[in-house]
Design a protein around this ligand. Structure first.
Ligand SMILES: Cc1cc2nc3c(=O)[nH]c(=O)nc-3n(C[C@H](O)[C@H](O)[C@H](O)COP(=O)(O)OP(=O)(O)OC[C@H]3O[C@@H](n4cnc5c(N)ncnc54)[C@H](O)[C@@H]3O)c2cc1C
Length: 379
């Protein structure tokens, strides 16, 4: 078994680190404080071909693999978890369903401008009454002649307020439950789309999250993604991919928490010595480093399975579950190691602790990951 990255993967990882240090580290605290989406960084990510890393160059992607995607999300998240998530969700939840289920024309029309940073995409599955249970969705898409008419409210939609195009999961046949869901590509210019509540969040504040309300939104029949009734499959397959990205995001935050904790514990002197000489501090650092290594192996393994065309749903769920719970635990320990200053706004570990929590919630809560894993091991 070879755990080594290729030379190309190492190079991209190094340039992602350099990119994050140059463009994100200096602004991460400020965009968190102001809850500002860094559009200027998106443009730069597109210039690097990193908005569609695993997709072919003909659609504006980098033609690389999912492991490379995970490495870039990790390095970006190490400096700014919000931007790491935007990159991950754009690739995993917006481009991926279009790439997997779209027609050639849909891929060219919708993936390319997002990969080039000309348009912003969003994935709209969750509803006020349908979170962990997407089969409870009530947003409808009714076919009238050659037009689908969409009505309903989606909630917690990342990029919602700024998106130009939405991948929407809606009910086309209520009698069939989850099998009655279908996927659609909905451009903002279709009309009948408005932004509802714009959420102020405890973390991930540079990512914009809102309700999206569809009121008699009319789209051409050819904007159906795949076939009618494939919506649940489209959503689950997209989330399987997205979860590799969220696991990578969690690893990036955890690496940052470890970096900050090591350097602070070596500098901070109490009882005449750096606090790092105390075994109590060392053990917190050791547990952090060990869980980080384990999370990395799980995540890279899930990405590698996907790259090799092997089953990767359980693997992605395990990676996300482990990495997200590890980062939540250890980001809190990083604040502990910093003492009082760790609790003060502007200290990096304070932001890391707030950003870490969301990785246990979106793209399926930890409980939802356990359901996926249980479904696989009890088959
Ligand atoms: C910042 C942010 C960004 C998001 N971005 C997007 C996005 O871009 N697109 C999108 O569609 N959605 C998005 N979401 C929604 C997110 O995926 C959901 O919040 C998540 O899936 C949980 O759904 P819920 O909030 O309705 O919680 P609920 O489903 O109401 O769950 C509440 C609690 O009950 C638990 N629970 C529920 N059912 C079970 C069960 N059967 N067994 C055990 N426990 C259970 C859950 O694990 C959780 O702990 C985002 C959410 C946030 C906060």
């Amino acid at each position: 078994m070879d755990f080594k990255l290729t030379e190309e993967q190492e190079l991209i990882r190094a340039s992602a680190r350099e990119f994050a240090l140059k463009y994100l580290e200096p602004i991460a605290a400020e965009i968190d404080e102001e809850s500002r989406f860094p559009m200027e960084v998106m443009t730069k990510l597109a210039e690097m071909d990193w908005l569609g890393i695993p997709y072919p160059a003909e659609y504006g992607g980098a033609g690389a693999d999912y492991l490379t995607f995970a490495l870039v999300v990790e390095e970006i998240s190490r400096s700014c978890a919000s931007t790491g998530f935007t990159l991950s969700a754009t690739t995993g939840l917006v481009m991926n369903p279009i790439y997997q289920f779209g027609t050639e024309e849909q891929k060219k029309q919708y993936i390319t401008p997002i990969a080039k940073g000309e348009k912003i995409g969003a994935f709209a599955l969750t509803e006020p009454g349908a979170g962990t249970d997407p089969g409870a969705a009530t947003t409808t898409a009714v076919l009238e002649g050659d037009t689908y008419v969409i009505n309903g409210t989606k909630t917690f939609i990342s990029n919602g307020p700024i998106a130009d195009v939405f991948v929407v999961i809606a009910v086309t046949d209520k009698s069939k439950g989850a099998r009655g869901l279908s996927g659609f590509i909905v451009p903002k210019e279709a009309g009948g789309i408005s932004v509802g509540k714009h959420f102020q969040k405890m973390g991930l504040r540079a990512s914009q999250t809102s309700e999206i309300i569809f009121k008699d939104c009319r789209i051409p029949r050819q904007n159906l993604l795949g076939k009618e009734g494939q919506g649940f499959r489209i959503a689950m397959q997209s989330l399987d991919t997205g979860r590799i990205g969220i696991a990578a995001q969690a690893i990036g935050i955890l690496q940052a928490a470890l970096d900050e904790s090591i350097s602070y514990s070596k500098e901070r002197v109490q009882f005449g010595k750096p606090i790092s000489v105390n075994q109590a501090i060392q053990w917190m650092l050791v547990d952090m480093a060990t869980d980080l290594a384990a999370a990395r192996f799980l995540t890279y393994y899930a990405a590698d399975c996907k790259d090799k065309g092997l089953p990767s749903s359980k693997e992605a769920a395990m990676a996300k579950l482990f990495a997200s719970e590890a980062v939540s635990r250890h980001a809190s320990k990083a604040v502990q190691i910093h003492g009082g200053i760790g609790y003060v706004k502007g200290t990096k570990v304070e932001r890391l602790m707030r950003d870490a929590k969301i990785t246990e919630i979106y793209e399926g809560t930890s409980e939802a990951q356990r359901m996926v894993i249980a479904g696989n091991i009890l088959r």
